[in-house]
Write a protein that binds this ligand. Sequence first.
Ligand code: PSU
Ligand code: MN
Length: 304
Amino acid sequence: MNKYLDISPEVREALANGRPVVALESTIISHGMPYPQNVETALRVEKTIRENGAVPATIAVIGGRLKAGLSEAEIEYLGKKGRGVAKASRRDLPVLVAGGRDGATTVTTTMIIASMAGIKVFATGGIGGVHRGAETTMDISADLEELAQTPVMVICAGAKSILDLGLTLEYLETKGVPVIGYGTDELPAFYTRRSGFKVDYRLDTPEEVAAAFRAKLDMGLHGGMLVTNPIPEEYSMDPERINAAIDEAVAEAAQKGIKGKETTPFLLARIKDITGGDSLASNIQLVLNNARLASAVAKCLANG
Ligand code: PSU
Ligand code: MN
């Protein structure tokens, strides 16, 4: 095993016995939601996964150790420290680990650490992608590159239209990443069930999703798979309202000259402020929904 990796006893035992495990990221805790809702949500997501017959493995870097499976105290620590914890992408891991520092893992680094631990299924809210205006800024999330190379299935609610969704799909196509719509032909746009863009394939059951990923692994095709699961209807937001908030946030980021790793956290925080917290309630519900699907898919993979 990787000498920098610590797997919690619960996760270690589940993996040793071939039981289903679902990875969870920690940027959503430290940077994606305010305290204390971030900690409450993280614990609720873990509970939902247990209730659905799988074992949660929340992933982070703490004191320079790569962690797969956190204690409640560690989740509380990351949530309370919030933006004081570095947002850790692939390029950040060497310095954080060598320096004994903390890092909140993005989709990218959660995939890396999940893969080191032997975890194949990962549930989150939204992924990074090709930003609007990337033709000139070249701001393309490392998440897309990771999906191209690391064998972990990411179950999300699509991507927010803070991104250029069309270009994000083009990039994933180039990189050979299958984009699955769970029960839908259309890419969901995080807060809403529809985006106007088609996914590659619609699959309707956890068994079909697990079988597709199993086939990918068995063929030795490197990289992951993106499963997009629409937010439940009752929690979806009015598209006009959310898109107006997103446009305002994007314009403000441009005007303030926000760049690099700050862009996504800035946009997420502004959208939450502009929508007066309604978007947070939707965000929490879609993560729970993804945790349920991920548990079901992880069970199918464990049984197959
Ligand atoms: N998009 C969301 N919510 C999030 C993120 C993105 O809707 O919490 C976080 C995830 O951790 C994702 C990261 O991996 O932001 C992408 O950051 P960047 O765009 O800087 O690659
Ligand atoms: Mn970026």
